[in-house]
Design a binder for this molecule. Structure first.
Ligand SMILES: [Zn+2]
Length: 534
C-alpha cells in the first residue's frame, strides 16, 4: 500500500475556565481594536499582500506600519499576524475578482471600493507571532499528555487596563479531551489561537484553539482503488453498509448498525420536551389572564424560567446524544472500510430527500429523530474529517431510486411492508422485491440501497479510470453494473455469530483477530449493536 504523508493542522477549541474569561475577553477586545485599525490603515495597500514575502503574515505587516496602539512588542506581532492574515486573504480574493473583471461591462470599479474594509466583529488572536509556548512573552503553555493536563498563562490587561508583569504566575489548569491527546501524541502542537465565540443571544466567551500538526495519509489514486463501501440510512436500522468490487461483485455480507433501545430513549426525551412545552403554554395563558404588574402573575412568572431551563437542558441532552450517534456511525463505517481495505466510501448525498418521508406510522414521529439532519450532518462531518486523515476517499452519491432498484439485475423493484405483505405495494416498506421474472431477488430495502450506493461508487471509479474525471451517475445509468453476491470470498471474518454485545464488549471492534484502532465509544447505558447478517 502506498503511504505518502503530508502535514495538516487540526484545531480543537477548548473553552477557557471561568476564572480567566473576563481577562481573556478584555485581551480580545483590545487586540481586535488594534487589528481593525491596522487592516483599515493598510486597506489601500492591499496589492502589496499578493506576493507572500514571508511565511509569517506579521513580518510583512511590521515592515509596512508601526503599531497603532502599543501594548508590547510581542502582543503587536500577534495582532499584526491576524491583520496580515485578513489582508492576505482579501488580496487573494481581489486577484480572483480580477480574473472575472474583464467579463463585467463596467470594468472601472475598484475592488477596495466595492468591498468594505473587513472589520473583525469577534476577537481573534493567533499566538503564532510570539516566541513559542516556553519562551512566549504573551502566553505560556505546557501540557502533560499522561495527566491530560494543559497549563496556560495569558498576558492580559486587568479592569484598569494595566498589563500586569506577574501574568506568568497566574497559571490556569485545563483538562485535555481524549481526542486532543490522541492527536497531540501523533503530531506536534503548534502555537494556539485565542478566540471569542458570540452566541445567538449575545453571550460571549473565550476559547483557546489548541492546534496540532499531524501527518495525513495521501489519498490513493483512483487506479489503485479496487473496492467500495456503500452505506445507506436505514428504515429499521441506522446505517447499512455493503462492499462491492469494481467487477460488480459484492464482497461479504452486509452490516447493520442497529441502535436498539436508543430510539426509545430519544423518543421518551422528545415526549418529555413536549410535555414541558405544554406546561409552559398553560402557565403563560394563566399569567396573561392578569394585566402586567398584577401580583397574581407572580406564581406563573416564578415557575416559567425553571421550566424553560429544563426544556433547554433536555434539548441539549437530545442533541448531544444525536451527535454521539453520528460520531459512532461514522467510526463504524470507517472501521468497516479499513477492514475491507476500501479506499472509497460511497454514501447517500445529504441533499437527497430520500429519507424525508420515512418513519411514518404509529411510532413514526418518534422514529424520525434518526432521519433528522443533525445525526446525518454529524455523521457527514466526522466521516469527512476522518476519511481525510486516513487517506480514504468519500464520495456522495445520488440517492434517487436506490431503494427501488434491484441490486442484482438492475430492474425496477417495489417495496412492501414485510415479506408476508406482498399484496400491497408500500413505497416506504422495509422489504424490496425485484419485479423481473428471471430474477425476483428480494431482501431488506436498506440492504438493497447500500449495495446500490456501493455500485454507484464502483461506476464512479470505473469512469475515473477511463476519463480521469469524477462523475456521479444515477442508479439507472447504464454504466452502473448489477452486483453479484460472492459471500464466500469474504475478506473479513468476524467473531462467532452471537455478535450482539460481543463485538464491542470492550468498546472496540475486532476483525480477523486483530484489533482495529478505531474505537467505538458509547455514552449510552445500552450498547449500540453491530449485526452481521447473511
Ligand atoms: Zn432483480
Amino acid at each position: 500500500m502506498r503511504t505518502s504523508r503530508d502535514q495538516q493542522s487540526l484545531s480543537y477549541p477548548l473553552r477557557l475556565p471561568d476564572e480567566i474569561q473576563a481577562n481573556a475577553l478584555r485581551l480580545l477586545d483590545v487586540s481586535r481594536e488594534v487589528i481593525n485599525l491596522t487592516v483599515t490603515a493598510l486597506w489601500d495597500r492591499l496589492d502589496e499582500f499578493t506576493p507572500r514575502t514571508n511565511t509569517y503574515a506579521y513580518k510583512q505587516v511590521e515592515e509596512m506600519i508601526a503599531p497603532p496602539l502599543v501594548h508590547g512588542h510581542r502582543q503587536w506581532r500577534c495582532e499584526a499576524e491576524q491583520a496580515g492574515r485578513i489582508l492576505r486573504g482579501q488580496a487573494e480574493r481581489k486577484q480572483q475578482f480580477a480574473l472575472i473583471l474583464p467579463l463585467l461591462e463596467q470594468g472601472m470599479i475598484q475592488y477596495e471600493e466595492m468591498q468594505p474594509v473587513p472589520i473583525l466583529k469577534a476577537g481573534v488572536l493567533p499566538y503564532a507571532g510570539d516566541d513559542g509556548h516556553r519562551m512566549g512573552q504573551t502566553y505560556r503553555m505546557s501540557y502533560d499528555l499522561d495527566q491530560k493536563r494543559l497549563t496556560i498563562a495569558l498576558r492580559t490587561p486587568d479592569e484598569q487596563g494595566i498589563w500586569a508583569r506577574t501574568w506568568r504566575e497566574n497559571t490556569i489548569q485545563m483538562t485535555l479531551p481524549d481526542r486532543v491527546i490522541e492527536r497531540a501524541r501523533a503530531g506536534k502542537p503548534l502555537a494556539p489561537t485565542l478566540r471569542e465565540i458570540v452566541e445567538a443571544d449575545g453571550t460571549r466567551y473565550a476559547v483557546l484553539d489548541f492546534i496540532v500538526e499531524v501527518p495525513v495519509e495521501k489519498q490513493l489514486p483512483f487506479e489503485e482503488i479496487q473496492t467500495v463501501l456503500g452505506f445507506d440510512w436505514g428504515v429499521r436500522v441506522l446505517v447499512t453498509a455493503s462492499v462491492v468490487d469494481l467487477d460488480g461483485k459484492q464482497i461479504g455480507r452486509p452490516f447493520f448498525l442497529d441502535t436498539g433501545p436508543f430510539d426509545g430513549r430519544q423518543a421518551r426525551l422528545r415526549r418529555q420536551i413536549d410535555q414541558l412545552k405544554a406546561k409552559v403554554a398553560r402557565l403563560e395563558k394563566q399569567r396573561d389572564r392578569f394585566p402586567v404588574g398584577d401580583p397574581r402573575r407572580k406564581p406563573s412568572e416564578d415557575v416559567l424560567p425553571i421550566l424553560r431551563r429544563e426544556i433547554s437542558r433536555c434539548w441539549r441532552k437530545y442533541e448531544a446524544r444525536n451527535n454521539d450517534l453520528g460520531h459512532l456511525a461514522a467510526n463504524t463505517v470507517l472501521v468497516l472500510a479499513t477492514a475491507f481495505d476500501c479506499k472509497l466510501i460511497a454514501g447517500e448525498s445529504l441533499k437527497s430527500m430520500k429519507s424525508a418521508g420515512r418513519g411514518r406510522g404509529a411510532k413514526g414521529r418518534w422514529r424520525n429523530w434518526r432521519n433528522n439532519s443533525q445525526v446525518r450532518g454529524e455523521l457527514w462531518r466526522v466521516l469527512r474529517y476522518k476519511c481525510f486523515l486516513a487517506g480514504v476517499r468519500l464520495e456522495w452519491q445520488q440517492a434517487r431510486s436506490t431503494s427501488h432498484v434491484c441490486p442484482r439485475c438492475g430492474s425496477q423493484a417495489n417495496t412492501y411492508t414485510s415479506p408476508e405483505h406482498r399484496a400491497h405495494i408500500n413505497d416506504w416498506g422495509a422489504w424490496l422485491c425485484c419485479s423481473h421474472p428471471a430474477c425476483l431477488w428480494n431482501g431488506s430495502r436498506d440492504y438493497a440501497a447500500s449495495v446500490n450506493i456501493a455500485r454507484l461508487g464502483a461506476a464512479l471509479i470505473r469512469h475515473a479510470h477511463t476519463t480521469g474525471r469524477v462523475k456521479h451517475p444515477v442508479i439507472t445509468d447504464p454504466s452502473v453494473q448489477p452486483a453479484s453476491y460472492i459471500g464466500t470470498r469474504a475478506a473479513l471474518r468476524l467473531p462467532p455469530m452471537s455478535l450482539r454485545g460481543h463485538l464491542i464488549a470492550s468498546g472496540r471492534i475486532y476483525c480477523n483477530g486483530w484489533r482495529l484502532s478505531v474505537k467505538l465509544r458509547s455514552s449510552y447505558a445500552t450498547p449500540i449493536m453491530l449485526r452481521l447478517c447473511g
